[in-house]
Design a protein around this ligand. Structure first.
Ligand code: FRU
Length: 469
């Protein structure tokens, strides 16, 4: 019988039971609140509640009491939380209001709950649901609510995933909603439906100028090859009621790994935000026998936009506090040489830098080797970044992504028990992968056949002064 998988050291997991999407991300007085899709009684999807946790550093989390429970309107699916400063809903000034989908045996509607004690306890609204699905619509879920200031004052806007469309609703009080518009984002493949839309103002080049970015997850229901789920981003204009976008569309896949799904962002409008976090879907791989929990989230990722020849590109950098990173080994890897750095613990952040990290003919290959013989590899040539995992996992995880011309220079690998997340070209390309849960990373191998030396720094991640093993 296989041993129970170790928990990741710095990726969020539920205390017990099942977890999928992050929900209701909000920052209150400097504290990050994370709600999530949660089955507290079993390690499989179903019986969905909202779990709750808080953090001040996005790496160490405190579990809080379960926030929302299924009731006569159904299970609690995904949604968002807003702070109703002006008491528009009448629950109290500064109330946190959760806007979520109730799913009653496949019939979906939107409902409210509020908290007057900073998210510790919640009361569901007696008039739920506040929006019901038009007849025949089965996929009608995942409300994301934003406060909008327009010419006629303030109102609330809701984005809702409705099959192959995103619908926008408007409300003055969070209770009465009317539909204002419909938007159809780019679809990476035909027959796809959308889930968990989010709209975030992302700084351009980390400056003061911001651009609206729609993020959304895409589920293929009809593809015979059962294309894995994926998450996308798209630059949009938003006037408070409608979304639009220029042609050609600027956007693409947010992460090229198949487990990365249903992400959403904390957007506190300060210089450090937004920060996105997603579910690393392990339904097909990791749920091991004997485990009392199932589900992990990605590393939180700070978002910004950078200019490239092809237009703006979304950049993601792991939100890791520098003072948690302890250098283990730094090495320069000369041309045509190989360097092996012993890892020996599960929580590692490795960085590989070069002037342009491969010239036109060169190649740099970086792999994480595990003690069970498996490996995760990244191969950079001048034009492409190739990602692969051996032995192959299902669905197939090998992929090749075109790099941005004149690319940036650094690669970061975030390694924890059960997952590796790779950020290439300063975070413009991201790839996440699940790794065999009992395997321990043994070595980082850098093979440099490029025209420049590359520098490798391996850090051990130390959270709360306790060394992470
Ligand atoms: C995405 C999703 C959402 C839904 C939730 C149910 O993973 O399917 O669309 O609200 O999960 O758990």
């Amino acid at each position: 019988m296989s041993a129970v998988a170790p928990r990741p050291s710095f990726h969020f997991t539920p205390p017990s039971g099942w977890m999928n999407d992050p929900n209701g991300l909000i920052v209150v007085d400097g504290t990050f609140h994370l709600f999530y899709q949660h089955n507290p009684t079993d390690v499989v999807w179903g019986n969905l509640h909202w779990g709750h946790a808080t953090s001040v550093d996005l790496l160490t989390w405190e579990h809080q009491p379960v926030a929302l429970r299924p009731d006569k309107n159904g299970e609690i699916f995904s949604g968002s939380v807003v702070c109703d400063e002006a008491n528009t809903a009448g629950f109290g000034a500064g109330a946190l209001v959760a806007v979520f989908t109730n799913d009653l045996l496949g019939k979906e509607s939107q409902s409210l709950a509020h908290s007057l004690d900073g998210g510790q306890s919640w009361a569901t609204y007696s008039g739920n649901p506040v929006i019901t699905a038009p007849e025949q619509l089965a996929d009608f879920r995942d409300p994301k609510v934003l406060r909008c200031i327009g010419e006629d004052g303030c109102h609330w806007t809701m984005l809702l995933a409705v099959g192959p469309e995103i619908w926008l609703y408007r409300s003055a009080d969070l209770v009465t909603w009317s539909r204002s518009s419909v938007f159809v984002p780019e679809r990476p493949y035909e027959g796809a439906l959308f889930e968990v839309p989010d709209l975030v103002a992302v700084p351009i080049h980390n400056g003061s100028e911001k651009q609206w970015v729609l993020t959304y997850s895409v589920l293929s229901r009809t593809d015979p090859k059962r294309l894995p789920r994926t998450m996308c981003w798209q630059v949009v204009d938003f006037d408070g009621l409608h979304l639009s976008s220029d042609a050609p569309v600027v956007g693409g896949r947010l992460d090229h790994g198949f487990p990365f799904y249903a992400g959403m962002s904390w957007d506190s409008q300060d210089a450090d935000s937004p920060v996105l976090i997603a579910w690393l879907d392990e339904t097909q791989q990791l749920s091991g026998s004997g485990a009392t929990w199932c589900g992990r989230l990605s590393i939180p990722r700070r978002l910004s936009l950078v200019a490239a020849d092809s237009g703006l590109r979304l950049r993601q950098t792991p939100a890791l506090k520098d003072d948690y990173l302890r250098p283990v080994e730094a090495a320069s890897v000369a041309l045509n040489s190989t360097k092996t750095v012993k890892l020996g613990c599960r929580a590692i952040v490795a960085q590989v830098d070069g002037p342009v990290l491969v010239g036109p003919q060169g190649q740099v290959a970086v792999s994480v080797q595990f003690d069970d013989g498996s490996l995760v590899a990244v191969e950079l040539s001048g034009e492409t970044a190739g990602f692969s995992q051996r032995p192959e996992q299902e669905p197939v995880v090998d992929c090749q992504v075109k790099r941005v011309a004149g690319s940036l220079s650094s690669m970061v690998l975030v390694i924890d028990a059960g997952s590796v997340e790779v950020f290439v070209d300063d975070g413009v390309i991201a790839w996440s992968v699940l790794t065999p849960s009992n395997a321990k990373p043994e070595a980082l191998v850098v093979v440099n056949s490029s025209t420049h030396p590359v520098d490798t720094t391996v850090h051990r991640l130390v959270v709360d002064e306790g060394a992470v093993s």
